[in-house]
Design a protein around this ligand. Structure first.
Ligand code: ADP
Length: 475
């Protein structure tokens, strides 16, 4: 029995050293695990929504009990401390929110009378038995649980395969499964890379994937071959628009946070800023020193500052976006140079001016702490620039609320923060879908997020005693 993804090593983003082997299961072990989860799922599905809610709240208690270990493992996975604590907290909050929504599933099973005399419909929800979750390295815990929790709420079993780049958090997460055996029976955690992910898809009934467009396409094709639905959340190139008269006291720190939290390594990161020409110079002169003051968290992990590039591949991407921008005339007013410090790769929060849409930094996903700032003069112009992208994940607009709302409705993206940036990173209540190449599938946010995980079944009940008028006549 040979293990899948044999020989893959895990790199430490702060030292650059491959200091841990990946421990993926063998194909046989994967089959045995999925069979066990499927068998256990029946009891979980049959439990009342109220019981599932109560168990999810106990799981929340277990996450709280292990929160320091979880945050520590996430910090080792990703090289940053602040976002690791936020990640655990947002996951804990998610458990409470979804637990509160499970009981509402009962409303979906109310018997309905129909327009046909004597016939009623008894609807019910039938969870997909086993959901596969293939998650990325940027928020390892949060982006696994954002699908796992609503799936469990719906009555599914789940198997989570996080990125091979960040598997360390699985060990403390495993402890929470031991603390709450009912959750442990229906949650499987496996390490693995692409080979394991590909082997998992034919063994599940629905796959949730978060990652790149390139791999998302491979996952969707594999899912299609197996006739299972795929819920995909892929990349983004989120614009922030600053309208004339906008309050820069909010726009400057808001955009700095939205673009550099997690070192810009999030799909909903602000990746380009369009600023009205009347505010351009003031915006740049205010955000540049703020970006420089933020700095990087090297050598002091505990201090202020953003963390290293988590994935090694990102170093080349960011370097190529910077070089391309400089070659075409961009100017850095803060940061601007990738540095290797203690083996890790860091980029100080970088502000670029003199940018345009011939540059990769304005059109391709960078996934780094770069804020390119471009002037605009009219609403029509900025709308066409904002929508000039293959992506449609989210966006932000700062300025007069009515004008911002009018523009927001014309942006081709699932969530538009008004007078804030990247709100979907911290608040999961607004229902939204990914537009264009940013993904496909139902909303991950809001109550509707549970609906991705079940099919509807109806019993069509005829309580008449006589003959139906459409049957063949007697005799
Ligand atoms: P990134 O996280 O850098 O955007 P990917 O999109 O390639 O990178 O990876 C996201 C997730 O997809 C990871 O968990 C990775 O192991 C997994 N993965 C990579 N290749 C495949 C594949 N062929 N089939 C299924 N999952 C895959």
């Amino acid at each position: 029995m040979s293990n899948l993804d044999a020989g893959v090593q895990v790199r430490n983003p702060r030292t650059g050293l491959n200091d841990r082997p990946l421990e993926a299961p063998s194909h046989e072990e994967l089959i045995a695990l999925t069979s066990r989860l499927r068998a256990n799922q029946k009891r979980w599905q049959d439990a009342s929504p109220t019981h599932r809610a109560e168990v999810l709240l106990r799981w929340r208690d277990a996450l709280i009990a292990h929160k320091d270990e979880l945050a520590q493992a996430l910090t080792e996975d990703t090289g940053r401390r602040t976002e690791s604590s936020i990640e655990v907290q947002v996951s804990v909050d998610g458990l409470r929110r979804w637990a509160g929504q499970v009981v509402e599933l009962l409303d979906e099973e109310t018997i309905q009378q129909t327009t046909m005399p004597g016939v009623s419909v008894a609807p019910s929800i039938r969870p997909y038995p086993l959901v596969g979750i293939i998650s990325p390295w940027n928020f390892p815990l949060l982006l696994a649980l954002i699908d796992a929790i609503p799936a469990l709420a719906a009555g599914c079993a789940v198997i989570i395969k996080p990125s091979e780049i960040t598997p360390r958090f699985l060990a403390p997460l495993e402890k929470t499964l031991i603390d709450v055996p009912e959750i442990g029976e229906v949650v499987g955690l496996i390490e693995g890379a692409g080979e394991t992910g590909a082997a998992l898809i034919p063994l599940v009934d629905l796959v949730c994937f978060t990652g790149s467009v390139e791999t998302g396409r491979i996952v969707a094709e594999n899912a299609a071959r197996n006739f299972i639905p795929a819920s995909l959340e892929l990349g983004g190139k989120d614009p922030a628009i600053v309208l004339p008269g906008a309050n820069l006291d909010r726009a400057v720190p808001g955009i700095l946070w939205g673009a550099t939290a997690n070192s810009g390594q999030s799909c909903l990161s602000i990746e380009r800023v369009y600023i009205h020409e009347s505010l351009h110079d003031e915006f740049v002169s205010r955000i540049s020193p703020m970006a420089s003051a933020l700095g990087v968290n090297y050598p002091d992990l505990e201090g202020r500052g953003i963390g290293p590039m988590i994935a090694e591949d990102q170093i080349a991407t960011i370097q190529s976006h910077l070089e391309d921008a400089y070659a075409k005339g961009a100017v850095a007013t803060a940061g601007g140079e990738l540095k290797i410090l203690g083996g890790g790769a860091y980029l100080e929060p970088t502000i670029l001016t003199n940018v345009n849409h011939s540059m990769k930094v304005m059109t391709e996903e960078t996934f780094g702490p770069i804020i390119p700032v471009m002037k605009f003069t009219s609403d029509e112009e900025v709308l066409s620039l904002a929508n000039d992208t293959i992506y449609g994940l989210s966006a932000a607009i700062f300025g007069d609320e009515e004008r911002a709302k009018k523009l927001g409705r014309q942006i081709d993206a699932g969530a538009v923060s008004i007078n804030d940036a990247a709100l979907t990173g911290v608040m999961h209540e607004g229902e939204k879908q990914a537009f264009k190449l940013s993904g496909i599938g139902g909303s991950r946010m809001g109550k509707i997020s549970i609906r991705r995980f079940y099919r509807r079944q109806s019993l069509l009940i005829n309580s008449s005693t006589g003959r139906d008028p459409w049957w063949w006549p007697e005799g």
